[in-house]
Design a protein. Structure first.
Length: 340
């Protein structure tokens, strides 16, 4: 039996027997500090079962049944609306959150949930190109990732909106396009690039880039910052000329959760500036917590991979939820690309 399934099974069984309260938290990898869980457990007497995922799609596949055993998940902004509409999310009770003021102004009324009724912004970032400094000329655009010299040492993210988004931006189109003709052209780009790819990879990119196995990768800033911290002389990160995605991952409570009060306590604990600061310092992420940002050491606060300048960010484009029809078309195309 896979370890994750085992953990959930155990959590559900323990809940049924009425042992010490526990909270089941399912998060992206590298999104908490080593002491985060322990601090919460010590303070509250609650046991936390914690496991990680590598994409929204992986998380969604698990919680879709409404009977997954998880209480808290971290969907990206473009997944909040669809998950709410599928009845998967429980409303946030703002009265139970004492630390909401810590959010940076930009994340107090995010477009995907302006009243913070369904989620609280957690981490944000950009997607760009992580590459070996030895690669000359250095990649500067998405189009540079269709280059024969990268054959076998190139990766793209294992993520439908990211890959179709990069292909659309390469074609000077919006990464959120739902236009069937534009999407067909994007699919053709992805299919043309596939023979050059080593794999579609997410967090694993970090170790492979540090080891020097990869020349260039489509990567989240978080992953890139961790890789660069491990090999600063070898690796660098570029925000593509054609434009690039911005994302924000949010903490949300599942409707199936029977521990909503505990879940709110967990969220309020994550919102504490000290908790958020410790997480960012340990993981090299960019927090939606403005108060934590003030506490960060300069090498993180001034890291341009995590916190690009306002003028650079103005070239970025937020992911948006897709209408059902284009969502289905995109999913079908992604299946074709992956299986081609
Ligand atoms: C890093 C998590 C990146 C999240 N493991 C991208 N939404």
């Amino acid at each position: 039996m896979n370890r994750r399934v085992f953990l959930i099974g155990g959590a559900v069984a323990a809940g049924a027997c009425g042992r010490s309260p526990r909270l089941n938290v399912y998060n992206w990898s590298d999104y908490i500090a080593p002491g985060t869980i322990h601090g919460f457990e010590r303070e509250t007497g609650v046991r936390v079962h914690y496991a990680t995922y590598e994409s929204n799609q992986e998380m969604l596949a698990k919680v879709m049944t409404g009977n997954s055993g998880w209480d808290v998940v971290f969907p990206s902004g473009d997944f909040i609306g669809p998950m709410r509409d599928l009845g998967l999310l429980a409303p946030i009770d703002r009265q139970m959150l004492t630390n909401l003021d810590a959010l940076a102004p930009e994340f107090r009324r995010p477009p995907w949930d302006p009243e913070l009724r369904w989620c609280v912004p957690y981490m944000h970032g950009v997607t760009g190109v992580l590459y070996q400094r030895s690669l000359r000329p250095a990649p500067r655009s998405w189009a540079d990732l269709w280059d024969e010299r990268l054959r076998g040492r190139l990766t793209m993210l294992d993520d439908q909106p990211e890959v179709l988004g990069a292909c659309l931006q390469k074609l000077q189109r919006s990464l959120n396009s739902g236009d069937p003709g534009e999407l067909r052209a994007a699919r053709a780009e992805a299919l043309a690039q596939k023979p050059l790819l080593r794999a579609y990879l997410n967090a694993e990119v970090r170790d492979q880039a540090v080891a020097g196995d990869l020349l260039a990768s489509q990567a989240w800033a978080v992953t890139a910052a961790q890789a660069i911290a491990a090999a600063p002389a070898k690796l660098a990160f570029a925000l593509p000329m054609e434009g690039f995605p911005r994302f924000c991952d949010n903490v949300a409570i599942l409707r199936e959760s029977r521990r909503r009060e505990l879940a709110h306590r967990w969220i309020d604990y994550l919102l504490r500036p000290e908790t958020a600061e410790a997480i960012v310092a340990a993981t090299h992420t960019a927090s939606a917590n403005g108060a934590a940002e003030q506490l960060l050491p300069p090498e993180i606060r001034e890291n341009p991979v995590l916190y690009p300048s306002a003028s650079e960010l103005s070239r970025g484009e937020w992911f948006e939820s897709q209408p059902l029809e284009s969502q289905k078309l995109r999913d079908r195309m992604w299946t074709e690309i992956k299986s081609s």
